[in-house]
Write a protein that binds this ligand. Structure first.
Ligand SMILES: [Zn+2]
Length: 155
């Protein structure tokens, strides 16, 4: 009972925060598409002019940099999905990546190249070592999402 009550008030605070932040975000060049606020520039990241969002993330309504609207602090899940979206937008980079986890099969040079490109896109922090980005895992998920999306678009 006590726990349920606490959770409820937390949700209310979250809703209030989200409503306030949505007010901040609901301005040009951001726009609504079928009720979803698309984030071209994030005014949570940069209140004056907005920070340019990563292109493919605009329609998702989430900011790639801060993870808004989920959480202002970095949200591992949002970051992970942003990385997967990025991989799907750059499939030629990882074409033929081994699906198994045998370390010697993994193309190290390719790995570094991809992580550097992700870093440039703001999806990997400057401090993160390329080895710590589990590409095999991310590519596995990207392939799975591609299969699912493929199924969705079939008639
Ligand atoms: Zn942001």
């Amino acid at each position: 009972m006590g726990t349920a009550k606490m959770q409820q008030s937390e949700i209310t605070i979250q809703d209030a925060r989200l409503a306030m932040e949505t007010d901040l975000q609901a301005r040009s060049p951001n726009y609504y598409d079928e009720g979803r606020l698309c984030i071209v520039r994030c005014f949570i990241c940069e209140s004056k002019h907005g920070r340019e969002n990563y292109g493919p993330a605009v329609a998702s309504g989430e900011c790639t940099h801060c993870g808004w609207p989920k959480k202002k602090i970095s949200h591992p899940k949002a970051t992970r999905q942003a990385r997967i979206d990025w991989l799907l937008a750059h499939q030629t980079l990882w074409e033929g990546w081994p699906s198994g986890n045998t370390p010697r099969e993994i193309p190290t040079r390719k790995w570094i190249t991809i992580v550097d490109a992700m870093r440039e896109a703001g999806l990997v922090s400057a401090k993160t070592n390329w080895r710590d980005v589990n590409l095999t895992n991310l590519i596995h998920d990207a392939r799975r999402q591609r299969r699912m999306d493929g199924r969705k678009t079939e008639p």
